[in-house]
Design a protein around this ligand. Structure first.
Ligand SMILES: Nc1ncnc2c1ncn2[C@@H]1O[C@H](COP(=O)(O)OP(=O)(O)OP(=O)(O)O)[C@@H](O)[C@H]1O
Length: 276
C-alpha cells in the first residue's frame, strides 16, 4: 500500500525528512541470526555509514533492504522518488530500483567489451519504455529514447570527469575508473537513496580522497541520500554524517563519527580495544 501520510497501518511512522526507516529487521540462516532486530533511519541528503567487524551482517542488511533477501521480520519503509512511503518488504528488486533505491556491489560488475558510456547506459535499461522488440529493431521510439538516455549518460560522465574517455572500452581501464562507472550507473535511475558496498575497497589514498569529494558532490547535485558500508574508517568518519555500528547482527550504537569513535562498546567490538 502506498501512503502519503507518515503512518502505515497506524503503527510504523516515518518522519517528513526521513528517506528510509528500517524497523526490527531480522533474518537468520539456519540457526545463525545474521541480522537481529535492527532499527535505524536515514534522513534526506544524509550520508549514513554502516560499520561492523567481518561477518557482522552489513551486506545482509543491504540485501534485506533491496529485497535480494526477504527478511524474516521487520519493515523497510522508503520514501520514493514520487514522495510515496511504502514498505519494501516483498517487492521485487527491479521495482525497488524504479522507486529510486539503487546500489553498487563489492566487486565491480562491468561489461568489458562495451565502451564506458555504454556501460553507464546499461544502468538506465530499467527506465526504458520502448518494447524490447522496438529496441532490437531500433524503431524510431526506441532510437529517440536511447538518444535521450545517452545524453544523460554523457552528462553523468562529464560530471565525473570521464567524458573525454567515454568511448574507450571498459577493458583495461584503471580500477578507480571502473568504480566511478559503477557509481555513474546508479545515477541513471533518479536515485533517492544510493547504497554503496565498500566503495573505497581497492582504491589508493588519492583515489579514496577523490571519491569522498565525489560522493558529497553526487549527494548535492542529485539531491539524494547515501548509505554505505566501508572498512576504511578514515573514509567513513570523513564522509558520513552519522554512523550505525553493528556486531553479530545487532545494533551497538548510532551517532556522529565522533560519538561512534568514542563509544566503548564499538571500540570493543569493532576496533578491538575493549580488553586493553
Ligand atoms: N546466503 C547466506 N547463507 C548463509 N549464511 C549467510 C548468507 N549470507 C550471509 N551469511 C552469514 O551471515 C553473517 C553475516 O554476513 P554478512 O556478509 O552480512 O557480513 P558482513 O558484515 O557484510 O561481512 P564482511 O565485512 O566480511 O563483508 C555471516 O556469518 C555470513 O556467513
Amino acid at each position: 500500500m502506498a501512503l502519503n501520510s507518515n503512518e502505515i497501518n497506524g503503527k510504523a511512522t516515518i518522519g517528513k525528512n526521513t528517506i528510509l526507516k528500517i524497523e526490527d529487521l531480522s533474518i537468520a540462516f539456519g540457526g545463525l541470526k545474521a541480522v537481529d532486530s535492527l532499527s535505524f533511519d536515514i534522513k534526506e541528503k544524509e550520508i549514513f555509514g554502516l560499520i561492523g567487524p567481518n561477518g557482522a551482517g552489513k551486506t545482509t542488511v543491504f540485501n534485506c533492504i533491496t529485497q535480494f533477501y526477504k527478511p524474516d521480520r521487520g519493515t523497510v519503509l522508503f520514501r520514493d522518488n514520487k514522495n510515496q512511503v511504502e514498505d519494501l518488504v516483498g517487492k521485487k528488486p527491479h521495482e525497488i530500483i524504479k522507486k529510486g533505491l539503487v546500489r553498487t556491489f563489492q566487486n565491480v560488475e562491468l561489461i568489458k567489451e562495451l565502451s564506458l558510456v555504454d556501460n553507464v547506459l546499461v544502468g538506465s535499461h530499467i527506465e526504458f519504455q520502448a518494447s524490447l522488440i522496438s529496441q532490437i529493431l531500433k524503431l524510431p521510439k526506441a532510437r529517440k529514447e536511447e538518444a535521450k538516455y545517452r545524453e544523460k549518460a554523457e552528462e553523468v560522465l562529464n560530471h565525473m570527469g570521464l567524458y573525454h574517455i567515454k568511448d574507450q572500452l571498459a577493458a583495461g581501464q584503471p580500477y578507480g575508473v571502473l568504480k566511478k562507472i559503477e557509481l555513474a550507473r546508479t545515477l541513471m535511475c533518479e536515485p533517492k537513496l544510493i547504497i554503496l558496498d565498500e566503495p573505497a575497497a581497492g582504491l589508493n589514498d588519492s583515489e579514496t580522497l577523490a571519491l569522498i569529494d565525489m560522493v558529497r558532490e553526487i549527494k548535492d547535485k542529485f539531491n539524494c541520500s547515501i548509505l554505505l558500508v566501508e572498512h576504511d574508517m578514515r573514509f567513513v568518519t570523513d564522509l558520513c554524517d552519522r554512523i550505525c555500528a553493528i556486531s553479530f547482527g545487532k545494533l551497538l550504537a548510532i551517532g556522529t563519527p565522533g560519538e561512534i569513535q568514542a563509544n566503548e562498546e564499538v571500540q570493543a567490538a569493532y576496533l578491538g580495544k575493549g580488553d586493553e
